[in-house]
Design a protein around this ligand. Structure first.
Ligand code: 13P
Length: 251
């Protein structure tokens, strides 16, 4: 049985002080989630990671939104795995479509980051998804297949067990245009099948999240799909009331 996972991606939002306020307010929610066998987490900006970790319940997942694959060196503006580990940050989102679009993030680069994270016993949340043009051209499965195959290249069955994959159709992110639950299930099932071809049975352990305009009103429908194990939520994860609504609706 795969545990449900609700992860808020704060993107470039929230001051440090606001991250602190949220972390404290979320404490009872983490307890409620735990009691119902749900994992709960947020991904603040680098600047708020230490604060979010310090003021959150221990069981709250605090994830970074990116990381560099080298441990240190002349990489201006980057942050490394040892820097995250020192802050007890063990989860990292990789390959988000906004980074693919604006920051030259590629599946090949994500693969290097995945391997570096594994070597440090950390958990990647690897994002895949097609653009509107690719969706309209009927290329969804070709695109996600290539992203999965390149991202997981050289990852073993044993290493892949703890991984998380997020399917986020780019056309549904921040647009209010939801992918139907049929599309979400169909693509997540296809992702699991593709994963099986690379990492064998571990594909059944990998949690696959859906992301893109997930709200308290629609989260339950997505999570009732057999291959959708949770949600990666942007806008609706920013306010504590809405975050609580997301959780309450999947209890
Ligand atoms: P929204 O929930 O705001 O559409 O964002 C989804 C997302 O990109 C999460 O990573």
């Amino acid at each position: 049985m795969r545990r449900k996972l609700l992860l808020g991606n704060w993107k470039m939002n929230k001051l440090n002080s606001e991250a602190k306020e949220f972390a404290i307010a979320a404490k009872p929610l983490v307890a409620k989630a735990r009691a119902n066998k749900i994992d709960l987490g947020v991904a603040p900006t680098y600047l708020s990671l230490a604060t979010a970790r310090k003021y959150s319940s221990k069981a709250m997942i605090v994830a970074a939104q990116n990381v560099h694959f080298e441990d240190h060196g002349a990489f201006t503006g980057e942050v490394s795995i040892p820097m995250l580990k020192e802050l007890k940050i063990n989860w990292v989102i990789l390959g988000h479509s906004e980074r693919r679009a604006y920051d030259n993030e590629t599946s090949e680069k994500c693969n290097k980051k995945m391997k570096a994270l594994i070597a440090n016993d950390m958990i990647p949340v690897y994002c895949v998804g097609e653009t509107l043009a690719q969706y309209e051209a009927g290329e969804t499965k070709d695109v996600v297949k290539e992203q999965i195959l390149k991202g997981f290249e050289g990852i073993t069955e044993e290493q892949a067990k703890k991984f998380v994959v997020a399917y986020e159709p780019v056309w549904s992110i921040g647009t209010g245009k939801n992918a139907s639950t049929e599309i979400a299930q169909d693509v997540c099932k296809f992702i699991r099948k593709t994963l099986k071809s690379v990492v064998g049975k571990s594909a059944n352990k990998i949690r696959i999240l859906y992301g893109g305009s997930v709200k308290p009103e629609n989260i339950k429908a997505y999570l009732s799909c057999p291959d959708v194990d949770g949600a990666l939520v942007g806008g609706a994860s920013l306010k504590i009331d809405s975050y609580e609504g997301l959780l309450n609706n999947i209890l």
